[in-house]
Design a protein around this ligand. Structure first.
Ligand code: ADP
Ligand code: MG
Length: 242
């Protein structure tokens, strides 16, 4: 079953075309890793999937809902799609627990007790429940990113998008975040992950997508594309990052 369908999607910033006729189908439970040089349109692509950016051309259907500018429509898509950012984007003035409770209370209408119970469940899942009463600045980067993942999970989305979730982390903290993401992947969550962590991609991805200059240049199973890249551009990219 296809849960995300992008059909000939183009996205412009003024005269600049950031996405060029991008087509991609993602199946329920699939793990897709997107890589490519800086500026190739990776963030733009996943931001279009949850309507953070509006595309001008083509169709994006997420879990049966076609993305349009209609606010009701956007809300429906966003309630199914969580997003984890490079810079965590936690609310600095709220405790970890309150960061997690905010969405479920305001958007899903849970009571404080229900929201807290749910928050603790997901904090345990990312193995950070002992930090519930701290503020984000009191945590390491790796801990903050795990909190951000738990916050997304609290909305119980059907799809999780990750935009370079380990790029802002010190090297020693990358593994703890990738471990949480690996566990999520094995639980059957549909995930699209923009990352250059190729070890993670090899272990977890069902499919790799390579982007360059706003286009999807190559798509395939990790073992196939890494061992025998079809395009020169992808081959060159792999050599640079490995
Ligand atoms: P990536 O995530 O692969 O590094 P992005 O999707 O962020 O690339 O950006 C793709 C291209 O679109 C880049 O050239 C970038 O400068 C441009 N771009 C992204 N966001 C904007 C914006 N809000 N306004 C203008 N140009 C943008
Ligand atoms: Mg980006």
């Amino acid at each position: 079953m296809t849960i995300i369908s992008m059909r000939d999607v183009s996205k412009f910033f003024g005269d600049f075309q950031a996405l060029k006729d991008v087509s991609l189908d993602v199946a329920l439970g699939e793990r897709v890793v997107i890589c490519g040089p800086s500026g190739s349109g990776k963030s733009t692509l996943i931001r279009c999937i949850n309507g953070l950016e509006a595309h001008e051309v083509g169709d994006i259907v997420v879990d049966g809902t076609t993305l349009t500018a209609d606010p009701a429509n956007l809300e429906k898509v966003r309630s199914n799609v969580g997003m984890v950012f490079q810079q965590f984007n936690l609310f600095p003035h709220l405790t970890v627990l309150d960061n997690l409770c905010l969405g479920p209370r305001r958007v899903l209408g849970l009571t404080q007790i229900q929201a807290r119970e749910r928050a603790m469940t997901y904090l345990e899942r990312v193995q950070i429940s002992e930090q519930a009463d701290k503020f984000p600045r009191q945590l390491s980067g790796g801990q903050q990113q795990r909190v951000a993942i738990a916050r997304s999970l609290c909305m119980e989305p059907r799809i999780l998008l990750f935009d370079e979730p380990t790029s802002a982390l010190d090297p020693e903290m990358i593994a703890e975040v990738l471990d949480v993401m690996t566990e999520l992947a094995s639980s059957g969550m549909t995930m699209i992950v923009v990352t250059h962590e190729m070890g993670f991609a090899r272990r977890v991805a069902d499919r790799m997508v390579f982007m360059d200059k706003g286009e999807i240049v190559e798509v395939g199973a990790p073992q196939d594309v890494f061992n025998a890249p079809k395009s020169k551009r992808f081959e060159k990219f792999i050599k640079q990052i490995l």
